[in-house]
Design a protein around this ligand. Sequence first.
Ligand SMILES: [Zn+2]
Length: 209
Amino acid sequence: MKNKQKTQPTKKRILMYYLILAACLLVIAAITVGVLFGVKPADNSPTIDSGSTEEPPVKEPDDEPTVDTSSKYEFISPIENVTVSQAHVFWHNKTLNIFRLHQGMDFACDAGTEVFATVDGTVKSVYTNDRLYGGMIVIEHADGVTTVYKFVDPSETLRAGSTVNRGDVIGTVAVATGVENADGDHLHFEVYKNDKIQNPDLYLKLISK
Ligand SMILES: [Zn+2]
């Protein structure tokens, strides 16, 4: 009787040990799975949140079109038979006897030579008797570009607000006058981009390099 009583509990104990062992293995397996797969989503969740907040800045750097390079905006020379007498460089103004950057580009030609709109645009202002430049025409174009024609006799029909097309005659070269009269008859031509002076040659490409 005593033996039977002792052997039965022993078998139960062995079974219990196996069950406990199995339970421990399950717990260890569960913890391992939890560590491997449970932590990663915890790390990812803040990343997903920050990702959603970063989405708007990603949309910001849109490439805005700057200069339309289609033929519509190609410049032509403001006069025929171009002779560049003064480029957009540091120079000596003989009339004023000072050294400074020549704001534009000079084209030597006889008074009366026709002056063309270099590209499509809208006339901003027309001066017929400017103290420094005599006659002067300012035309606004696409993309913040403005052209200025100095020492000219503007066409009588030209008014502020007039629409001009590339090649339209906007006036004629005047007899030498104003702050560059010592250089003789010529057209002084300037280009601005967003009100900043530009080298006209970048738009006209007249000077071979
Ligand atoms: Zn000039």
